[in-house]
Design a protein around this ligand. Structure first.
Ligand code: ATP
Ligand code: MG
Length: 402
């Protein structure tokens, strides 16, 4: 293994060869070519082919039809997935959402023409030869984001491309070329026609990018901010995080902890995120507020935070306070020193409580007492030992009828 040209693209080249042996043509296209040429880490590898999806399904064994109507299938090969999309053009876009028609074509150049930016409109064959009709390589060298063709028309076809431009600026630390930039500024309003789910995908990629400060500045300067729920009420420059945030729950906890009037629920609703995102955002927010109240990691905070959120929480704290590069290690170390890890670890359980108060009828007092006990043990007010807890509970004497 390694990260050489050969090892990155080996399977993709084998797929292309296979297609060629069946009389077709195929190229690696899009982000992976761009990232390879700019020396960045290559993510998903997308392939464009002259062959229609039905042909691809015949050629390969494991094919998942993820978007047949747009010409896209997923091929499993060498333990990896590759999206193969038939060369196509798009016309129409009268509703700003979907092209009126997708036409399959036989020429890679026609396919490259429908792509958003010149850096994304480069194709590479299985010998590493480049097809680059829009000088995308030059743009990459200059760290420039250029619309393919007339930017005004291209943004009218699909206004999401305006968000894509700023997210690529953040992700790659590139500049948006001035004509392209100006046409965003002039027609940012078109973003109002785009579904919030699509905008959310680009927005979180912007926050994740190493150039997120530049990205947030562009959002503001180019007039895209009004179309971003909740973020549109915040000064994105004055509230800039110290480090990049990686998930929606982090972004939401970050803003709702201080800069937003709205709560987690309103953010989740505005961006149409999942219930799961909401739960995670709530847990992160609660932890962050507890951290800020105490200016440190408290045992109760650590106890309450689900372990899958440690990395998110560590990033949040660094995004807020700058200091504490080692916060994650600290969390992971201190968590081990907690008196208990979960309620089931308590040396005193509800049955013991009932034995202690045989005359009390069952009721909410049981769970209320257990909650107080849990807090007392976690915060070391009482040691987690049966006799000590019994003594503590007896002294505390729960009410008979609450
Ligand atoms: P990354 O995967 O690193 O986020 P990418 O360039 O692969 O970046 P994708 O969203 O995966 O971005 O799209 C793959 C390719 O499809 C792009 O490189 C571009 O050529 C084309 N593309 C995607 N979305 C659009 C769009 N809205 N308009 C035109 N072309 C697009
Ligand atoms: Mg991609």
């Amino acid at each position: 293994m390694g990260t050489t040209f050969e090892s990155i693209f080996r399977s993709a080249f084998a797929i292309i060869e296979e297609i060629e042996q069946h009389g077709g043509e195929a190229y690696i296209v899009g982000g992976s070519v761009r990232d390879y040429l700019s020396g960045s880490e290559v993510g998903d590898i997308d392939i464009a082919s002259s062959e229609p999806p039905e042909r691809i399904q015949e050629i390969f064994e494991k094919v998942i039809p993820v978007g047949i109507e747009h010409g896209t299938v997923l091929v499993r090969y060498g333990g990896e997935s590759y999206e193969i999309t038939t060369y196509r053009t798009e016309k129409g876009y009268q509703d700003y959402r979907h092209p009126d028609e997708v036409t399959f074509v036989r020429d890679i150049n026609e396919d490259l023409a429908r792509r958003d930016f010149t850096m994304n409109a480069i194709a590479m064959d299985r010998y590493g030869q480049i097809v680059d009709p829009y000088k995308g390589r030059k743009a990459i060298e200059n760290k420039e984001i250029n619309a393919v063709g007339n930017p005004t028309e291209r943004f009218q076809e699909d206004p999401l491309r305006m968000m894509r431009a700023v997210r690529f600026a953040s992700q790659l630390n590139f500049f948006i070329e001035s004509r392209t930039k100006l046409s965003i500024l002039k027609q940012a309003e078109l973003l109002s026609h785009i579904s919030i789910e699509r905008i959310a995908e680009e927005t979180i990629k912007l926050y994740k990018g190493k150039g997120f400060k530049l990205g947030l500045k562009l959002i503001t300067d180019l007039g895209l901010k009004p179309y971003l729920p909740q973020l549109n009420k915040i000064d994105l420059i004055k509230t800039i995080p110290y480090i990049s945030l990686q998930t929606w729950p982090e972004v939401i906890a970050y803003y709702t902890s201080e800069y937003s009037e709205a709560g987690v629920k309103e953010w989740v609703k505005g961006w149409k995120l999942s219930k799961r995102s909401q739960r995670n955002a709530e847990a992160l927010l609660e932890g962050l507020l507890e951290y800020e109240r105490n200016s440190k990691l408290t045992p109760w905070l650590l106890y309450q935070l689900p372990s899958h959120l440690y990395p998110s929480f560590a990033r949040l704290i660094r995004a807020r306070t700058k200091m504490d590069d080692h916060i994650l290690q600290k969390i992971e170390k201190e968590i081990l020193h907690l008196p208990i890890q979960a309620r089931k670890d308590l040396a005193f359980q509800p049955k013991d409580l009932l034995l202690l108060y045989p005359d009390h009828p069952k009721g909410p007092w049981i769970s209320e007492t257990m909650e107080k006990l849990e807090y007392a043990v976690v915060t070391s007010v009482v040691p987690n030992e049966f006799e000590k807890i019994k003594e503590w509970v007896s002294k505390w004497n729960p009410p008979a009828n609450s």
